[in-house]
Design a protein around this ligand. Structure first.
Ligand code: GLC
Length: 567
């Protein structure tokens, strides 16, 4: 079965692709599991109901023919977002940046990079989204800046300038080498020598991305001000980048070698990041960031948490709230069969505190495209699962048309990860390639030379799928619309059912209302062994008329159905 073998490969790849991930350090304790929900987190919070759609502006729509997507281009496409029915856009960094790492190397947190447009362009986008009832969240990158940032430029000059302590500086080891064995995610030592200070500075990622010192109160204040700068402009929240690594061990203790590492492990992952990631003090920083956000009403804080499910719980917070939504990538890591899937979902729901709101992410700018992992038919099942499971769905632009990994010729590679750690399948360019709007050569994305090649498969494009009533895109659209109008799907409790016969199924229940979702994960027909009566609302084939249904039911290959149970 294509799905199952490619997902196995994907799972293996994922292990090696555990770029920013870590092993479990702090499984949530019982106190944390008791979970608390902040007063502002009511069941009507907008982010519980919204589908959140990640856009990397650089790959969305170019307006001036320079081959780079930009804000005026995004503005032209807001109609599409409205048509699709997304409730919020998460925009990856559009800030001023030398762009060594997809804009995650920021040289001014409060300015728009000219490649993307101007602050006025940004305000136009924000205004137009809001006019259509769509929220906007921005990336917030608290862990590091670009080495071009004025703060670092000052910090690096001496040991006693006003910003001397704003970054993580340390003395050389007695042999003159780096202070300890910590490695950068992007390869090599995480320490870089700075001659003017005759000290090393720490960088979790590129040498041109020095880590800020979150033990310094002034850094807290400065970063809070950058948040307020955007919140005051009306931004609806942030996705916190690299949220687990804000604080590193004060004693600079060496990380231990990973006993499971072998020849397939990329060198930067050969040590377990015990003393660099997930330090308890990093959680205090998230609480601080959340405190700033909570100065404003109805804003969302979600954040990047890579790695295993059982470490996700403590990112929600304990007596003090941290993230509203620590991003959950578990669906990307599971094997694609009913038994594995039900276990993955169960483990996730068990790992989050009572009262915490779940979320499910099926793509992102650091993740291989799920359509390539699963195949076309299975992507439809995933769409149905994502839109019916309890929690906020996150999509990455292009997932709704089943965009696949794009082949990048070696001379066009842009991702520093691929350039620095070659041969481990870590390149993130294939998922970051520009979106195809049409079946033309440049896909309606640009009139110039696109910054990365577009997919060779021209058939997967937005206009084409809009016109095809049974396309994946139209399936997404219908599911999003159904989700919006069915309180059961938005707020209903998740009730697992025992999966067998390759059919994964579950119910969502709210008061007396109940909806069941049955997904045949196999490429052959299967009997869904259920007892009951209801009305079919939609099939992944988009060809069943709403009609009566009574169990047991035959499902076609890779078919999913949503049924409203008769009371
Ligand atoms: C985050 C981003 C990733 C980036 C890294 C360093 O993990 O998602 O794209 O490379 O931070 O900034």
């Amino acid at each position: 079965m294509r799905g199952s073998s490619s997902i196995c490969r994907a799972v293996r790849n994922h292990r090696i692709q555990r770029t920013f991930g870590t092993h479990v350090r702090h499984p949530p304790n019982q106190k944390e599991l008791a979970g608390r929900v902040s007063a502002k987190e009511t069941s009507t919070a907008w982010w519980r109901n919204a589908v959140i759609y990640e856009i990397a502006a650089i790959s969305f729509q170019d307006s001036n023919g320079d081959g780079y997507g930009d804000l005026p281009g995004l503005l032209q496409r807001i109609d599409y977002l409205k048509w699709l029915g997304v409730g919020a856009v998460w925009l990856t960094p559009i800030y001023k940046s030398p762009d060594h790492d997809f804009g995650y190397d920021i040289s001014d947190f409060c300015a728009v990079d000219p490649r993307y447009g101007t602050m006025e362009d940004f305000e136009r986008v924000l205004h137009a989204l809001h006019k259509d009832g769509i929220k906007l969240i921005l990336d917030f990158v608290p862990n590091h800046t670009s080495d071009q940032h004025a703060w670092f430029q000052e910090s690096r000059t001496s040991r006693d300038n006003p910003k001397a302590d704003w970054y993580v500086w340390a003395e050389a080891a007695p042999n003159g080498g780096p202070p300890n064995n910590w490695l950068s995610r992007f390869g090599g030592s995480a320490w870089e020598w700075c001659e003017p200070r005759r000290q090393f500075y720490y960088h979790s990622f590129l040498t041109s991305q020095p880590d800020l010192n979150w033990r310094n109160e002034q850094v807290h204040q400065a970063m809070a001000d950058t948040m307020r700068f955007w919140l005051d402009r009306g931004v609806d929240g942030f996705r916190v980048d690299a949220s687990a690594v804000l604080i590193k061990d004060e004693l600079l203790r060496d990380n231990p070698p990973d006993p499971e590492a072998d020849d397939t492990t990329p060198p930067p992952q050969k040590y377990m990041p015990v003393f660099t990631d997930d330090r308890p003090e990093a959680m205090r920083c998230l609480e601080y960031v959340r405190g700033v956000l909570d100065e404003y009403d109805e804003r969302l804080l979600c954040g990047e948490v890579q790695g295993k499910t059982d470490r996700i719980g403590h990112f929600y917070g304990n007596s003090k709230p941290r993230l509203h939504l620590p991003l959950n990538f578990a669906l990307l890591d599971t094997q694609w069969n009913a038994i594995a899937l039900q276990a993955t979902i169960d483990a996730y729901f068990n790992a989050i505190p009572d009262g915490a709101w779940p979320d499910f992410v099926i793509g992102g700018h650091d993740k291989h495209r799920v359509a390539t992992k699963l195949g076309e038919a299975q992507s439809r099942i995933l769409a149905m699962l994502l839109m019916t499971i309890r929690g906020t769905p996150f999509l990455f632009a292009g997932d709704e048309i089943g965009s696949e990994q794009v082949k990048i010729p070696p001379d066009r590679v842009r991702d520093p990860f691929e350039k620095l750690v070659k041969g481990f399948g870590l390149n993130r360019d294939p998922e970051r390639a520009p979106l195809r709007w049409h079946n033309t050569e440049r896909g309606g994305f640009t009139t110039g030379e696109p910054w990365l090649p577009l997919s060779e498969d021209r058939s997967r494009n937005i206009e084409g799928q809009r016109c095809d009533a049974r396309s994946l895109l139209n399936l997404y659209r219908e599911l999003i619309a159904l989700r919006r109008t069915e309180p059961c799907l938005l707020h209903g409790e998740y009730r697992p059912r025992r999966s067998h016969n390759d059919v994964f199924w579950f119910a969502r229940a709210l008061g007396k209302a109940e909806i069941v979702v049955a997904l045949n994960l196999c490429r052959e027909p299967r009997l869904w062994e259920w007892q009951g009566r209801g009305v079919t609302l939609i099939s992944t084939y988009l060809d069943r008329e709403p009609g009566k249904i009574e169990g047991p039911t035959h499902l076609r290959p890779n078919e999913g159905v949503i049924v409203r149970i008769n009371q």
